[in-house]
Design a protein. Structure first.
Ligand code: NCD
Length: 334
C-alpha cells in the first residue's frame, strides 16, 4: 500500500492490518508518554483546501505522536483555478521533501490526481474529497465498531472483523463521503448496511451499492440495529431544498429522544449511536442521544488519532524500501 485514497480499493488484509496496528497505536496514546520515534525526520504536510477542525487536528496529533515534522498548509481561499493550484502546490511540497501529504479537497478525485500525477513522490492520504471518500473516517468508525462488537461477542478485537454486525447509516447520504467510505469498508469487513434517508438525499445508483435502502427510520430500528450512524445534514453542499423544513427533517430522519428511548423499549441494549461530527444538535441527532451512554462520538474522535497514526506508520515505515535511513533521501534526489 503506497497511498490511502479510498476504502473501495482497500483490500481486506490491508484493512485488517490497519485496524490491528491501530490497536497498538491506541495503547501508545493511553500511555503517559504518548510518543513513538517511528517517523523521526519525516515530514507530513496537512494540505487542507476545505474547512476542518477535528480531522486536521487529528492528523496533526497523529503525526506528532510518531515524531514526524508537521507542516499545516491551509490552502483554502486561493484564487488560482483548482487544477493549476493543486499542481503548483504539489510541486512546492515536493521541493520541500514532504514524505506524506494529507489532502482534503472540495473536488472528488483530487487526492487520486495528486497520487497519479507524478508531481510528487510522497504518500498521499485522502482526508476527504468532495462527496467521494473519507477513508480514515471509515477506518476509525470500523475500529470503534470492531472494539464494541468484539466486547459484545466476548472475543478479542485483534484480528476480528464485523461479521454479523447490523449497521444503519441515516441522513444526508447524497452529500456524504463518510457514508460512501463506510459502505465499502463495512462490506469488506462483513457487516450488513442499511441506508436510511429521504429519497431526495440518496444518490442516483444507490441501488447498485452493497446495501439495503430504507425510507423509514423507525422500521429500520424495529428490524434490529447494532450500530446507528447519523450523518450531518451538509447545508454547505446543498443548493436546493432537499426537505420541507428542519422540524420535519428531525421528526422523520433525526435520532431524537423518542428513538433513543425506543432502543430500550426494543431491548436493543448493546446498540451504539455514532456520528462523525460536527453535529447539528437538534437536527439529525438530539443532545440527549449525542451525550447518552450509547453515544460513541468521543470514542470516534479518540480512535481517529490512533487510526491516523497506524495509517502514516504503515505508509511511511511499512516497507524496507521506504526506510528512514539517509539512503531514502538519496533515493528521492535520484
Ligand atoms: C466529515 C467530513 O468532513 O466529511 N467530518 C469530519 O471529517 N470530521 C463529516 C461531515 O462534515 O459531516
Amino acid at each position: 500500500m503506497r497511498h490511502l485514497l479510498s476504502t473501495q480499493e482497500l483490500s481486506r488484509p490491508d484493512a485488517l492490518q490497519i485496524l490491528d496496528t491501530t490497536e497498538e497505536m491506541a495503547a501508545v496514546t493511553e500511555r503517559e508518554v504518548k510518543k513513538l520515534p517511528a517517523l523521526r525526520g519525516r515530514t507530513v504536510v496537512n494540505l487542507f483546501f476545505e474547512d476542518s477542525t477535528r480531522t486536521r487536528i487529528s492528523f496533526e496529533a497523529a503525526a506528532k505522536r510518531l515524531s514526524a515534522d508537521v507542516i499545516n498548509f491551509a490552502a483554502k481561499g486561493s484564487s488560482v483555478s483548482k487544477g493549476e493550484s493543486l499542481k503548483d502546490t504539489a510541486q512546492t511540497l515536493e521541493a520541500m521533501s514532504a514524505d506524506a501529504v494529507v489532502i482534503r479537497h472540495g473536488a472528488s478525485g483530487a487526492p487520486q490526481r495528486l497520487a497519479d500525477s507524478g508531481w510528487i513522490d510522497a504518500a498521499v492520504i485522502n482526508a476527504g474529497d468532495g462527496t467521494h471518500e473519507h477513508p480514515t473516517q471509515a477506518l476509525l468508525d470500523a475500529f470503534t465498531m470492531r472494539r464494541h462488537w468484539a466486547k459484545v461477542r466476548g472475543i478479542s478485537s485483534v484480528g476480528s472483523d464485523l461479521t454479523g454486525l447490523r449497521v444503519a447509516i441515516a441522513g444526508d447520504v447524497l452529500h456524504s463521503r463518510v457514508a460512501r467510505s463506510n459502505v465499502w469498508l463495512l462490506k469488506t469487513l462483513g457487516a450488513t448496511v442499511t441506508l436510511v434517508a429521504p429519497p431526495t438525499l440518496l444518490p442516483l445508483g444507490v441501488h447498485d451499492w452493497p446495501v439495503e435502502v430504507s425510507y423509514d427510520l423507525d422500521a429500520t430500528l424495529e428490524a434490529g440495529v447494532d450500530a446507528m450512524m447519523m450523518l450531518r445534514v451538509q447545508g454547505e453542499r446543498m443548493n436546493a431544498a432537499f426537505f420541507p423544513s428542519e422540524r420535519e427533517y428531525s421528526r422523520r430522519w433525526g435520532f431524537d429522544d423518542g428513538r433513543l428511548a425506543k432502543l430500550d423499549a426494543l431491548g436493543l441494549k448493546d446498540t451504539i449511536v455514532m456520528h462523525p461530527g460536527p453535529m447539528n444538535r437538534g437536527l439529525e441527532i438530539s443532545s440527549a442521544a449525542a451525550d447518552s451512554s450509547r453515544s460513541t462520538v468521543l470514542d470516534q474522535v479518540r480512535n481517529g488519532v490512533a487510526v491516523r497514526m497506524a495509517t502514516m506508520y504503515l505508509l511511511l515505515s511499512g516497507s524496507p524500501a521506504q526506510s528512514t535511513g539517509p539512503e531514502s533521501s538519496e533515493r528521492k534526489k535520484s
